[in-house]
Design a protein around this ligand. Structure first.
Ligand SMILES: Nc1ncnc2c1ncn2[C@@H]1O[C@H](COP(=O)(O)OP(=O)(O)OP(=O)(O)O)[C@@H](O)[C@H]1O
Ligand SMILES: [Mg+2]
Length: 269
């Protein structure tokens, strides 16, 4: 099983939009995928079903334990399942003593592994501390969304440095890539950002697939559901996530086992 955390030190850069739609595209490509919401704002899966708004999720499992597998919700796409954030602690609520974020994330990952998931996509809260940091420490890969605006990209070397420090401290997370979001192909400044970013970081770190700015994402993110489940005929902007899923499969060395494949050679046995 492979775990991919979607993280950024900044808020509002499109983490949730990316997590939800990318998880859907990966699941569509046959990977048994768990989309896990670790953001206390908890918007992932909100409108998947009536149950989704009230059922326990990640924070309930973190606080009081419980059967994680029983908290996992199905979607209309059989390969995609969701663990909502559940009831997150209030802003002024003190974490109960002994709460260990890393253990809580790991517990979900262990349950996902036991349930035979191929992939877990974690939508993390903004920043690299607390549960976001705990998710990074437990993940195999991190994907970093970056809004395509000239000033924003200056912080990219900082987050890469932070991940380097994390790795020096013994954590094994690898960078799957940086993905530009809210790209406006009709705006020279927005397009120029990719070129500027390549000067700041090794070129192979920047994914070729970019998320366009499209108002259709506003509606989808409000309900925490992928475009592919929201529309019978998904809009063109949804296609970029299929392309990105293919790109990431290679970066994360995701390979279907021979047992899964339609192995026609067996017809000769
Ligand atoms: N490609 C896009 N085009 C247009 N709007 C977008 C796009 N991606 C995200 N948005 C909008 O921008 C806002 C922030 O997006 P999103 O919630 O995905 O970001 P986030 O990084 O998860 O935010 P937070 O840090 O608060 O968790 C949302 O209102 C969303 O609908
Ligand atoms: Mg979010």
């Amino acid at each position: 099983m492979v775990t991919l955390a979607i993280s950024s030190q900044k808020g509002g850069v499109g983490k949730t939009t990316l997590s939800v739609n990318l998880a859907y595209s990966l699941a569509k490509r046959g990977w048994k995928t768990l989309l896990m919401d670790v953001d206390p704002q908890g918007s992932v899966g909100l409108s998947l079903s009536e149950k989704a708004r009230t059922c326990p999720g990640f924070y309930d499992a973190a606080k009081s334990g419980g059967d994680v597998s029983a908290m996992i919700l199905p979607t209309r796409l059989p390969e995609l399942k969701v663990l909502t954030a559940g009831k997150a602690p209030g802003f002024f609520e003190v974490q109960p003593e002994g709460t260990n974020g890393r253990e809580a994330v790991q517990k979900v990952l262990d349950a996902a592994e036991a349930d035979d998931f191929d992939l877990v996509v974690i939508d993390t809260p903004a920043g690299l501390s607390d549960y976001a940091g705990d998710s990074l420490r437990c993940a195999d890969y991190v994907l970093i969304p970056q809004q395509a605006e000239p000033l924003g990209i200056r912080s990219i070397p900082q987050i890469l440095q932070a991940i380097q420090e994390l790795r020096r401290s013994g954590c094994e997370v690898k960078v799957a890539g940086i993905v530009l979001t809210m790209v406006q192909s009709d705006q020279a400044e927005s397009v120029e950002v990719a070129r500027e970013l390549r000067k700041l970081i090794p070129a192979q770190l920047l994914l070729e697939s970019m998320v366009p700015r499209d108002p259709v994402f506003l509606k989808a993110s409000g309900v925490g559901v992928p475009l592919g489940l929201l529309y019978k005929k998904p809009p063109a902007s949804a296609l970029v996530f299929d392309q990105m899923a293919a790109e990431l499969e290679q970066k994360m060395h995701l390979e279907h086992s021979e047992d899964d494949a339609d192995d026609y050679t067996r017809l000769m046995d």
